[in-house]
Ligand binder design. Structure first.
Ligand code: CTP
Ligand code: MG
Length: 218
């Protein structure tokens, strides 16, 4: 797979409160190990770690120091990427199937930028003064996941544009979109959820047991 996998893993996991997520263990391995296992055929894997963190030994990846925000961490990873395609994947999403990676990669090759998305299952409202406010039509709304794929040159341009204009974003597709370039959508996966809050860890532990024994997942 002639692609650079970029893993922003430099966050402090503040909402979870258990330190940097990269080193958090789920089902007997760290979230960083889970993330690497999702890309067994990647020609290059680059990981941004929290400043001052010494890189773990024995992993098939190169390490660099992340920035103050996710966007800065990805910008640094992008500088180091040496292949024409990149897949950017949050370390906080351990359960990524091979078919999801393939879908994202195919759409990226065809269209230059791709992100996995899911429909929103719950009713969405605006909270107004702490009370149940107006309902938001959810048909066109999507939850955005990673891995997201891009032509490396395009994502570099999008990051440079954002830096110049002071745009900050929580994912990379947003920056490409802000540049005026369309991002293709592919079907995401419920299991590729981001471990953000303590309850997510309980779900992840349970899923890790099923995942390890699931041949189609890996
Ligand atoms: N990230 C990063 N560099 C930062 C901040 C975040 O590389 N300065 C990464 C995280 O490691 C994670 C991804 O961005 O893989 C998504 O972030 P999130 O779920 O918000 O993780 P944290 O920032 O670690 O958590 P929190 O916001 O609760 O502190
Ligand atoms: Mg964060």
């Amino acid at each position: 797979m002639e692609v650079s996998v970029l893993i922003p893993a430099a966050g402090n996991g503040e909402r979870l409160g258990l330190g940097p997520k990269a080193f958090l263990r789920v089902g007997g391995r760290t979230l960083l190990e889970w993330a690497l296992a999702a890309f067994p055929e990647a020609a290059e894997v680059l990981v941004a770690l929290p400043p001052g963190q010494s890189p773990p030994q024995g992993l098939r990846a190169a390490f660099l120091e992340g920035g103050r925000t996710r966007q800065e961490s990805v910008a640094r990873l992008l500088e180091a990427a040496s292949l024409p395609l990149v897949l950017v994947h949050d370390v906080a999403r351990p359960f990524v199937s091979q078919s999801l990676v393939e879908r994202v990669l195919r759409a990226t090759q065809a269209q230059g930028a791709a992100a996995p998305v899911l429909p929103v299952p719950d009713t969405l409202i605006r909270s107004e003064g702490g009370a149940y406010g107006s309902v938001l039509p959810r048909e066109a709304l999507r939850l955005v996941q990673t891995p997201q794929g891009f032509f490396t040159a395009l994502l570099r341009e999008a990051h440079a544009y954002a830096r110049k204009r002071g745009i900050s974003a929580t994912d990379d597709a947003q920056l490409v979109q802000a540049l005026g370039y369309p991002v293709a959508l592919v079907e995401g996966e419920r299991t590729a959820f981001k471990i953000t809050y303590p309850e997510d860890l309980v779900l992840a532990e349970a899923l890790a047991r099923a995942w390890n024994g699931s041949p189609q997942a890996r």
